[in-house]
Design a binder for this molecule. Structure first.
Ligand SMILES: [Zn+2]
Length: 136
């Protein structure tokens, strides 16, 4: 699979989203324009245990997709944060994949002072990591 390229500005904004709620998983969508990740669409996490699970608010998700279409963007990735786990898909993440073909970005706040983000995509029923390249 091809590496995922992302501007440093967008990566920084995603990390900031995760830091805003350090005790709960944040989630949302990332759009694409001209082959590059373009904009972040935060969606409320309505999971019963938001500290270790995420479930995007269905209405918020529909709104995000609608706005993307209106702006001529398309859905690229689903992002969420792990407040206290590494940036690897959890068992729950694999169970709850509503968009099996989407790219999954996981941001981890697990290591104090170090923000990590990794990209994953399903391939033959398993989650495979994709190389994430941050462009300056
Ligand atoms: Zn997760």
């Amino acid at each position: 699979m091809k590496p995922v390229k992302m501007s440093r500005m967008l990566a920084t904004r995603l990390l900031f989203e995760a830091q805003k709620q350090p005790d709960a998983e944040v989630c949302g969508c990332v759009s694409e324009r001209a082959g590059m990740p373009h904009e972040i669409y935060p969606v409320a996490n309505v999971a019963a245990q938001p500290a270790c699970r995420f479930e995007m608010d269905p209405a918020g998700q529909i709104d995000a997709l609608k706005t993307m279409r209106e702006r001529g963007e398309r859905m690229l990735a689903i992002y969420h944060s792990h407040p206290s786990a590494p940036p690897e898909p959890s068992v729950h993440d694999l169970e709850g994949l509503g968009y099996p073909d989407a790219l999954y970005l996981i941001i981890s706040l697990n290591i104090k002072g170090v923000l990590e983000m990794r990209a994953w995509q399903r391939e033959n029923a398993a989650m495979r990591e994709r190389v994430l390249t941050i462009l300056d």
